[in-house]
Design a protein around this ligand. Structure first.
Ligand code: DGL
Length: 296
C-alpha cells in the first residue's frame, strides 16, 4: 500500500513539473492596465496571469504609429514566449494603433507554426456596451492623442449604431501625471478641468463619457468633481473588458482548454522593479513582487 502511495506522489510531482503554465497576458504601456487586470482577476480568478508594463517607454499616446506598433509587438511576442496563449492589450493606444496589424500579419505566421494564440484589444468591447448606455445618443471619449487621432472609437461606435454622435477629446497630460504619481495632488485639478471643459464645450448633449485610456480611472474622483454634478455617466473599461473576456473564453474552447488554472499572477516591467512595485501599490492597494525585463 505504501509503495502505491509513493508511486502516486511521484506521479503527481512529475505531472506538476511537466505541465507548462499557460497564462493570460495583460499588457499596457505602463500602470494603466492594472485597472483592467484587477477587474479581470475579480471575475476570472482561477486563471494564471502575467502583467507586463512597458513603463520605460511610456507614455505611448504621443508616439508615432510605427513606434507604438513595434513596442506593442515586442511586448506581445515576449508574452507568448513566456507561455501566454492569449494577450489582452489593456491599452487603448496599442489597441488603436497596433492590434489590427498584429492580428492580420503577425499572428497568422505564428499560428502556422502550430501555436494556439490570440491577442485582443479593449476598444471594441467598450463600444459594444457603451453604445447601449446613452439616452441622448451623444457620447464623449477622453483618450490619448494617439487613440483620438486613430479614429478607432468613432469607427467602432458607428459600427454599433450609425446614429450615435461621438465627440473626442485628447488628454495628453493625464498619462504623464499618473505615471509620475501626481494624479491625487491639487495640481492635477487644473488639467482635469481643462479637458473636461473642452469636451463638453464641443457637445452639450453628451450624457455618457468613456474613459478611453486605462490610466484614467485613477482620475475618476477629480473627473466627477469637474463635472459639477451634471447628469453624465462616466464609464471606466475594466468591468466591460472582464465581461468580454469571460464571454470570449466561453466561445473559444481551443484557447480556454489550454489555459492553466493556478490563480497566479506575475508582474514584469521594463522600468525599475522597485519603482513599479511602489506605484503598483497605488493601483492595487497591496504589495506585489515584480521582475525587471528588457524588450525585445
Ligand atoms: N493606458 C494606455 C491607454 O489605454 C496609456 C497610453 C499611453 O501610454 O499613453 O491608452
Amino acid at each position: 500500500m505504501q509503495d502505491v502511495c509513493i508511486f502516486v506522489d511521484f506521479f503527481v510531482i512529475l505531472r506538476r513539473k511537466t505541465i507548462k503554465t499557460m497564462r493570460i497576458g495583460v499588457f499596457d504601456s505602463g500602470y494603466g492596465g492594472l485597472t483592467v487586470l484587477e477587474k479581470i482577476r475579480l471575475r476570472l480568478p482561477e486563471y494564471d496571469y502575467i502583467y507586463l508594463g512597458d513603463n520605460a517607454r511610456a507614455p505611448y499616446g504621443t508616439r508615432s504609429y510605427e513606434l507604438i506598433y513595434n513596442y506593442t509587438w515586442q511586448a506581445v511576442r515576449y508574452l507568448f514566449q513566456q507561455g501566454c496563449a492569449l494577450v489582452i492589450l489593456a491599452c487603448n493606444t496599442a489597441s488603436a494603433k497596433a492590434l489590427r496589424t498584429i492580428q492580420q500579419n503577425d499572428l497568422p505566421a505564428l499560428r502556422e507554426e502550430g501555436q494556439i494564440i490570440n491577442a485582443l484589444g479593449v476598444i471594441r468591447p467598450t463600444a459594444e456596451v457603451v453604445s447601449r448606455m446613452t439616452t441622448t445618443g451623444h457620447i464623449g471619449v477622453l483618450a490619448t492623442p494617439g487613440t483620438v487621432q486613430s479614429g478607432s472609437y468613432p469607427i467602432e461606435f458607428q459600427h454599433q449604431n450609425p446614429k450615435l454622435c461621438i465627440t473626442q477629446q485628447a488628454c495628453p497630460l493625464w498619462v504623464p501625471l499618473i505615471e509620475a504619481g501626481e494624479h491625487t495632488g491639487d495640481g492635477a485639478d487644473y488639467f482635469v478641468r481643462q479637458y473636461i471643459d473642452a469636451l463638453l464645450a464641443q457637445d452639450e448633449q453628451i450624457d455618457t463619457i468613456v474613459l478611453g485610456c486605462t490610466h484614467y480611472p485613477l482620475l475618476m474622483p477629480k473627473i466627477q468633481e469637474a463635472l459639477h454634478g451634471r447628469n453624465i455617466r462616466v464609464v471606466a473599461q475594466g468591468d466591460l473588458v472582464a465581461a468580454s473576456l469571460d464571454d470570449y473564453l466561453h466561445r473559444h474552447g481551443e484557447i480556454n482548454g489550454i489555459l492553466t488554472r493556478g490563480g497566479t499572477c506575475r508582474f514584469f516591467t521594463t522600468e525599475s522593479a522597485a519603482r513599479f512595485r511602489e506605484s503598483a501599490n497605488i493601483f492595487l492597494r497591496r504589495t506585489i513582487s515584480v521582475q525587471h525585463i528588457d524588450l525585445p
